[in-house]
Design a protein around this ligand. Structure first.
Ligand code: GLN
Length: 539
């Protein structure tokens, strides 16, 4: 097994996650089997209870783990299928250490940061290796920035780890910022020198430095960084701001042959990658033939990261139809004030993503109503499916006051409500209906057609509230089509309307399974419908 550790220096938001995912892609294109994990130094056990404003999207894995959004990049950029063992937080590390202490597993010893906490961190890397017998390279990204107090133990653990498995089996990559000081017209290498010095203080000498830069990296600066940071000049790599799309990142890093440097450093023989499929995909993203405008109506719209996988899924589905998807982000509370017609009257499609709590919910119900009655393609995901159900109950079935009990506990018609097993739940962490589960698709529905007629699908969930089966017959009789139910519990998974260009809601999260080589069928169908309805109504 070979190990790649990716650290970050100077500032956060350098694209360390994208750099790691891109190296993963390039190594896979060299025929290597990889897996990617993320270490997050914060104390939460997982990001599940963190606000999207703090943390961005929570990315859900097949096994139901609620993880950092970088894992979304890893899964989209590679063929890896990740599990809860691919995301380790300080919260998990300390939880494990303290549980072991209580069980008496440290046999009378004083429990210390070194070795007990660092051992716990190292054990996770070995555990991941053990669970992935087919993998020959593990990439580990360390969240945060070198110099952060909370990241220190992770870096110390990696230093020890590299000694234990043999330094030749480990490649340390440091991603850093090369700022351009405009007034002087110069690129500055000092922050990089200092952050590498910080890393070396801990005992880690990077093998490769990835320099995030707005411009190109000239040979003078490359030489300077190499000399001050004690790396070979060829191992100083530029990572430029990509022009159009994050999917250009692997191609940009390939310009300085990052993958070649990594395999040479680790002593792995592998052929030059053939990136034709990736280049084709990027070409479709950056040179589209058509455009559509989709409104995403949510409550965290000002934050780019809050609906990351949704935006990526739209881009990917667009590429499948040679279409650029322009996203208009609309605050559902603004719909409450100004009305749907004014804010989303011009768009080709409307998507309501997942969400929690009652803020802005009536704006979402109004949005679903607008889409249904004005025949605008509508895709509701999780909460977006629930508000479409509420809207149908209120306005088509005439169930006054119909609601989800998440928003109104005393609703006379709780068409969305808690399942029995959720009622006693007190802890908020990891207690939702989470992860992949099977559901049956009913033939003859639009959903079935989009999934190519398969009988059973497997999709990822993250929610507490469900379609209330007490109202099933009433809603069906009024024309709502149930196109999928879960195999185990018979819970409603997909709803749709037949006499509409596209009106579909899914209780699960298809955005967690879309990737360049697998545009999700529901996203693809939605974007196609938006494109068709745009063509149908000439401007
Ligand atoms: N808040 C809703 C629930 O818990 C929807 C969740 C979601 O959209 N992810 O059921």
């Amino acid at each position: 097994m070979k190990y790649i550790f990716v650290t970050g220096g100077v500032v956060s938001s350098l694209g360390k996650g994208l750099a790691t995912a891109s190296i993963g892609t390039l190594l896979e294109h060299r025929g290597l089997n990889v897996t990617i994990q993320k270490f997050d130094p914060y104390l939460n056990v997982d990001p599940g209870t963190m606000s999207p404003y703090q943390h961005g999207e929570v990315y859900v894995l097949n096994d139901g783990a609620e993880t950092d959004l970088d894992l979304g990049h890893y899964e989209r950029f590679t063929n890896c299928v990740l599990t809860r063992f691919n995301n380790l937080t300080s919260g998990q590390v300390f939880e494990n250490v303290i549980k072991k202490e209580r069980r008496g597993e440290y046999l009378g010893k004083t429990v210390q940061f070194i070795p007990h906490v660092t051992d716990e961190i190292k054990a996770r890397i070995h555990e991941l290796a053990r669970r992935n017998p087919d993998v020959s390279v593990i990439l580990t990204e360390i969240g945060g920035t070198v110099g952060d107090i909370e990241g220190h133990l992770f870096l110390e653990a990696l230093r020890q780890f590299s000694l234990e498995v043999g330094r030749k089996n480990v490649c340390f990559i440091h991603v850093t910022l090369l700022p351009l000081i405009r007034a002087a017209g110069e690129i500055k290498t000092k922050p990089t020198q200092q952050s590498v010095a910080k890393l070396r203080e801990i005992g880690i000498q990077p093998d490769i430095i990835i320099c995030r830069t707005e411009h190109d990296l000239d040979e003078d600066n490359r030489r300077k960084i190499a000399m001050f940071c004690n790396v070979e000049q060829k191992n100083v790599v530029a990572f430029r701001d990509v022009k159009h799309s994050i999917y250009e990142c692997p191609l940009d890093l390939r310009r300085d042959k990052i993958d070649r440097l990594v395999v040479d450093n680790l002593g792995i023989g592998s052929p030059t990658p053939d990136l034709e499929d990736w280049e084709d995909f990027v070409e479709r993203v950056i040179n589209p033939k058509h455009t559509v405008t989709i409104a995403v109506v949510g409550k965290y719209i000002e934050l780019q990261d809050a609906y990351k996988s949704i935006y990526e899924s739209l881009t990917i589905a667009g590429a499948a139809h040679f279409t650029k998807v322009n996203v208009v982000r609309v605050d559902s509370e603004a719909i409450e004030k100004d009305g749907a017609q004014k804010l989303i009257g011009e768009v080709d499609g409307i998507l309501i993503p997942g969400g929690f709590g009652d803020r802005g919910i009536e704006g979402k119900v109004q949005t679903a109503h607008y889409a249904r009655t004005m025949k605008v393609p509508y895709f509701g995901i999780c909460l977006g499916m629930q508000v479409a159900t509420v809207e149908y109950a209120r306005n088509v079935c005439d169930l006054k006051g119909a609601d989800s009990t998440e928003c109104n506990k005393d609703s006379p018609h709780p068409v969305i409500c808690l399942q029995e097993e959720q009622k006693g739940v007190k802890d908020l962490g990891a207690t939702m209906r989470l992860g992949s589960c099977e559901s049956i698709l009913f033939a003859g529905t639009r959903a079935s057609e989009l999934y190519n007629g398969v009988d059973v699908i497997n999709e990822r969930h993250r929610h507490r509230y469900e379609f209330n089966s007490d109202y099933l017959d009433q809603l069906k009789d009024a024309g709502l089509v149930i196109s999928s139910v879960s195999v185990k519990e018979g819970l409603v998974e997909i709803i749709e309307l037949p006499d509409h260009p596209f009106y579909l809601g899914a209780q699960f999260h298809p955005e967690f399974k879309s990737k360049p080589n697998f545009p999700h069928p529901l996203f693809s169908g939605f974007v196609k419908a938006a494109l068709d309805s745009k063509v149908a109504i000439p401007a």
